[in-house]
Design a protein around this ligand. Sequence first.
Ligand code: FAD
Ligand code: NAD
Length: 466
Amino acid sequence: MAQYDVVIIGGGPGGYNAATRAGQLGLKTAIVEGRGKLGGTCLNVGCMPSKALLHASELYEAAVGSEFAKLGIEVKPKLNLPQMMAQKAESVEALTKGVEFIMKKNKVEYIKGWGRIDGPGKVVVKAEDGSETVLETKNIVIATGSEPTPLPGVTIDNKRIVDSTGALSLPEVPKSLIVIGAGVIGLELGSVWKRLGAEVTVVEFLDRILPGTDTEVANAFQKILTKQGFKFKLASKVTGAAATDKQVKLTVEPVAGGEAETLQADYVLVAIGRRPYTQGLGLETVGIETDKRGMIANDHYKTTAPGVWVIGDVTSGPMLAHKAEDEAVACIELIAGKAGHVNYDIIPGVIYTSPEVATVGKTEEDLKAAGVAYKVGKFPFLANSRAKINHETDGFVKVLADAKTDRILGCHAVGPNVGDMIAEICVAMEFGGSSEDVARTCHPHPTRAEAFRQAAMGVEGWTMQA
Ligand code: FAD
Ligand code: NAD
């Protein structure tokens, strides 16, 4: 029987980063993945394919709309959807192969098949051909990720009614697409198909988009999306769906009560959240219980079973690839006797639309609820010279700092490339930085990053460029 220090179940950003760190620290490690490819949801059907389509569709829209013409570039663009999908698949394949290479480099054994825990220190892996291998290990790390949450009454067939995976590979551009859920997936994938020509309507249960995001940013973002052509039906619930070969009819009711209406579309995307995935994992053999949502709780990545650890989407916290990655490193370092740690107050969130939305730390609503006195600095992209030159002036940056100490407590932005630039605020926050620290840091000119500096200056009222 093969003996290991660590067996990791699941090959996503949680699993493969845990495996890499374990390999680096000299632990005898195996990673078990059932889908036939490493990279998990993120590389195969999540972060990466969605960003491939967001990038391509953004360029297509710039060419087909008025943007190129305004810049003096005259082209006659034609959509080649199969090629757009093929380049996406090629990039994804290269990335998953890259992860396989990193496993080899760090002497991690990649075992293909579905893993199940079979009592303390034992993992059984069932390969595609039905054969089973038993692995004996000192530590098991559960990194099995998540799956789309189903919506009762709306059966996902991945033909006309699709989940995110289906929406990444539609065979045609829908004339009309209804997105259920105004969250991250709905707005990113809704943007892809809208840019390619679909009429997109978003039906959301709450009376706002992006719950949990700073309200001022979410409201401004909704206005921008509406200007782009998105239609929103807020405070509405879908109570039924009927799909034919050609279209879907949805029954939608106001949440507050009132008359139901029927909406019709070529395709419907259900994007109402994701839930932890633990199917067939054998948790009962080590006495681990999940909560109502199916989540495995953790205390510094330890489950209730000795020697069994858990990280990523399958446990508490935001379902984000970089959160899974950070937990992977911390968990393995704890297993190796080091001081692994994740700062949950500084996990950024980005929505890769155009413009992007980026947030980190506390929102204004969080601070008000906690009774924390804070100051606000804000700067609009309309006054940022680089954004102006590039005709990308929608949005603003907002920095929130403690009223007494000036320590940065949060930053929320909607605007061009804010997803890349929020990292400077994350670093400042990790160092316990103040708004003055960012305000007095020399930033290159002309860059959109200057908007973050100007917003930081605004906390003490000395914004200079607006
Ligand atoms: P996963 O990536 O889900 O990996 C778990 C792996 O475990 C899977 O490959 C699964 O096949 C395998 N597995 C499960 N059970 C077993 C078993 N018993 N045996 C063997 N293998 C098993 N996050 C971001 O931060 N940025 C983004 O831009 C972003 N975009 C996204 C876009 C979409 C459309 C979706 C759906 C998600 C997106 N996410 C994004 C979220 C991100 O994909 C997840 O947070 C991340 O993948 C979680 O990593 P994980 O390792 O916990 O789980
Ligand atoms: P989400 O939680 O972001 O949004 C779901 C939305 O659906 C919410 O606005 C919610 O109020 C709404 N909703 C819930 N039930 C509903 C119902 N019955 N009818 C109508 N609306 C309903 O979930 P998601 O967009 O499915 O994304 C899942 C996860 O994947 C998220 O946790 C997200 O962090 C992650 N993800 C991240 C990125 C990124 O980082 N850029 C991209 C995609 C996905």
